[in-house]
Design a protein around this ligand. Sequence first.
Ligand code: AMP
Length: 171
Amino acid sequence: MQDLKEFIRDIPDWPKEGIIFKDITPLLKSRESFARAIDTLAAHFGDENVDLVLGAEARGFIIGGALAYKLGCGFIPARKPGKLPWETTSAEYELEYGTDSLEVHKDSIFPGARVLVVDDVLATGGTASAKAKLVEELGGKVVGIAFLMELTFLAGRDRLAGYDVYSLMSY
Ligand code: AMP
């Protein structure tokens, strides 16, 4: 069986110099690796009685939608400001220069909902902790945070201490 890492393409200096971008499109286009990635994430959180998967645009939609279907639960889109049509709540996170924020619909999470947060790459952990904050502000419980991969040298896990952080690949 091919290692999942063989489906990750490194793009040096993109979107800017010094960044090695982890391109997941080869993994997504192969039915074998895409299915294996989703099945493995679903198996890890299968006993958690997940009510909702939360993912942010754009890659979090692809992985989160498939994972929610596999787990038999619902999906919540987290979006950049101004994109969602109904009443929203937002959380800020830090970028290298300045801040950005993510929004979810206020009625997306019911009190006590068991929510799995998902993204493709764990880098500094800033966006994942903003997503966890959104869930908790709306009264949900974060049962785990799932990634295809983590960039261990950025220590994003430290920022997510206390959560069940699970990633399929480490760099
Ligand atoms: P973070 O620093 O953990 O908040 O990551 C910010 C966002 O950028 C996450 O949604 C990641 O998917 C994405 N990201 C960060 N670093 C990389 C990278 N080297 N390759 C691809 N995506 C990345």
